[in-house]
Write a protein that binds this ligand. Structure first.
Ligand code: PLP
Length: 359
């Protein structure tokens, strides 16, 4: 068996230890004689799995008591609608558009009310985070929305926007559990788990309790109400049992690694290997304003499309896969999530150096 270094933006690399554990339990989950994929979501075994997953996540992120943790389906993209449906009481919301995902969320919200783009970095292909210290936040805004780590463009908010007292809603899909966060600063935090946490098909939404009500937009489907899922502890209907189970294993792995402070240090160290190389390279260049660089997604180019393509191809042959940039930006992108070992990043930098010398 030989495993590649997988730099995919998502679905993405998972910790090998977790995959092995899951493999061990595949045919007989802890003496139950069945796999987790085969058991009832109302069984005692599964009840323990989901409760433990939630408890471990709460511990890792230090989630305050007055926030609910919801395991939902529909991907991060369904949250683009679910958020306005549940929060748009005044039918006004402000969006900071720093990439494709934030733009999609903003466009979706326009179906439900007045969604105002109060800042954007589209003028420079989303290569920076705009100054958000004094934005024209609407007096009536039900919330201010951000995408905290822009997976496609490789930018990240280093400082949260000044929402002028309004609720902050954040898409943390690609920086979920990459380091500590102060949950109390947000109304809602949510992320698709397939980037930095677990297998595709689930979103974890962390929602402040007072925002979970029956007062939602008219016509909101039962399944799109946070209250439906909160009241049923994420078991209103059959959840993504598999993803909850594997995410639970990843939470245990993160705890064993030392928690999110340690992950942050590890991620900073990994990102520095690549960024330092890029800053000193004659061939490869980072595409993002330095102070806004993401620790998770590192986009870069050579400036020559043919050379980019050759690099991606040769890298793949050498065991570094999924380095092609998003179809909307071209070039390359290395996603270096929690489960990517330092060794993988060091080897990639060494490969880039060699490629540079040979071309
Ligand atoms: C991938 C991604 C999404 C979309 O996720 P789906 O689960 O495929 O809907 C949304 N936001 C961010 C920041 C992402 O990286």
């Amino acid at each position: 068996m030989s495993r590649v270094y997988n730099f995919s933006a998502g679905p993405a690399v998972l910790p090998e230890e977790v995959l092995r554990e899951v493999q061990q339990e595949m045919l007989d989950y802890q003496g139950s004689g069945q796999s987790v994929m085969e058991m009832s979501h109302r069984s005692k075994d599964f009840d323990a799995i989901i409760k433990e997953a939630e408890a471990d996540l709460r511990e890792l992120m230090a989630i305050p008591e007055n926030y609910k943790v919801l395991f939902l389906q529909g991907g991060a993209s369904l949250q683009f609608a679910m958020i306005p449906m549940n929060l748009m009481k005044n039918k006004v919301a402000d969006y900071i558009v720093t990439g494709q995902w934030a733009k999609k969320a903003w466009q979706e919200a326009q179906k439900y009310g007045k969604a105002v783009k109060i800042a954007s970095s589209e003028d420079q292909t989303f290569s920076y985070i705009p100054d958000c210290s004094d934005l024209p936040v609407d007096d009536d805004a039900d919330y201010v929305y951000i995408c905290q780590n822009n997976t496609i463009y490789g930018t990240a908010f280093k400082k949260l926007p000044n929402t002028k007292g309004k609720l902050l809603v954040s898409d943390i899909s690609s920086c979920f559990l990459s380091g500590p966060m102060d949950v109390s600063k947000y109304g809602i935090l949510y992320g698709g788990v397939q980037k930095n946490v677990g297998p595709a098909g689930m979103v974890i939404a962390i929602v402040r309790e007072d925002l979970i009500t029956d007062d939602v937009l008219e016509g909101t489907p039962t399944m799109m109400k946070y209250k439906t899922h909160a009241d049923a502890d994420s078991l209103y209907n059959t959840p993504n049992c598999w993803s909850i189970y594997v995410c639970g294993k990843v939470f245990k792995w993160l705890k064993q690694m030392g928690g999110l402070e340690v992950m942050k240090e590890r991620n900073e160290k990994k990102a520095a290997v690549l960024y330092d190389f890029l800053d000193n390279s004659r061939m490869f260049k980072g595409t993002v304003r330095k102070e806004d660089r993401s620790l998770m997604n590192v986009p870069f180019v050579t400036g020559d499309k043919e050379l980019d393509a050759r690099f991606v191809k040769e890298a793949e042959a050498a065991g570094f896969i999924n380095l092609k940039g998003h179809r909307s930006v071209g070039g390359m992108r290395a996603s270096i999530y929690n489960a990517m070992p330092l060794e993988g990043v060091e080897k990639l930098a060494a490969f880039m150096k060699k490629f540079e010398e040979e071309n």
